[in-house]
Design a protein around this ligand. Structure first.
Ligand code: C5P
Length: 225
């Protein structure tokens, strides 16, 4: 499973250790706010030391530019490969984040979260005051101007994103949560796609949480790239 980040949500530290021990097929994990706020850096260091996995720290930072830059500098030395910030923080925040990450986390790629996969198109209109395609394009412009090379989006947004990539001659690292197998519950996600379709649509990495954590044996069925 070289392209699948398993989102370690709804679990305590012992359950995380058990999952990673039982399924060495897991090569990439995502630590979100839930685990990080509970255990802090110790959970990141412990997983990095005890398991052969890449770590994506999903903090979704969103604040004024200097606060985000300082928050990233506080992560200096942490063994993480990806870190999220919200694209809606705007160009100056993204630039400050980029500079701070270059200095403090040189081996970590920043991923800008575009529009949450839990949002319906109606909710997006309520929040942004415009259609989701326009909202997404505006965020992509901010990300591009700030030189951020990775983003998090729904796999359903990949066609819009590839059109923008072609226009600008850029290529983003595209990470897609909201992944479900055909018969899975969608839970609180709305803009979802199967693993196979998401990869076909151009996703570089998938994020899969509950589909795996509720049924870890699905890992053995070969659904996840
Ligand atoms: O359980 P599920 O597969 O829905 O988990 C998706 C994970 O991806 C969660 O940890 C969630 O925080 C994260 N995520 C998301 N949508 C985004 C960004 C991150 O669902 N746009």
């Amino acid at each position: 499973m070289e392209k699948t980040f398993v989102a370690l949500d709804n679990m305590d530290k012992d359950q995380v250790r058990q999952l990673l021990s039982d399924y060495p097929q897991i090569k990439k994990v995502k630590i979100g706010l839930e685990l990080y706020l509970k255990y802090g850096n110790s959970i990141v260091n412990e997983i990095a030391n005890d398991f052969n996995v890449e770590i994506f720290l999903d903090l979704k930072l969103h604040d004024i530019p200097s606060t985000v830059a300082k928050a990233i500098s506080a992560l200096k030395g942490l063994p993480i490969n990806f870190l999220t910030i919200h694209a809606s923080g705007g160009r100056k925040m993204l630039e400050a984040a980029f500079e701070s990450a270059q200095e403090n986390l040189p081996n970590c790629q920043l991923l800008a979260v575009t529009i949450l996969t839990s949002h319906t198109t109606r909710e997006i209109k309520d929040i942004w005051g415009r259609e989701y395609k326009e909202s997404l394009s505006a965020l992509l412009n901010e990300i591009t101007k700030a030189q951020i090379t990775g983003l998090v989006c729904s796999a359903q947004d990949l066609s819009i994103i590839s059109a923008q990539e072609n226009e600008t001659n850029l290529s983003f690292t595209k990470v897609t949560p909201g992944i479900r197998l055909k018969n899975d519950e969608s839970d609180d996600q709305t803009r979802i796609m199967t693993p196979e379709d998401a990869i076909k649509a151009g996703s570089n990495f998938l994020v899969v949480g509950r589909s795996i954590t509720k049924n870890p044996n699905s890992i053995l069925e070969g659904h996840y790239p």
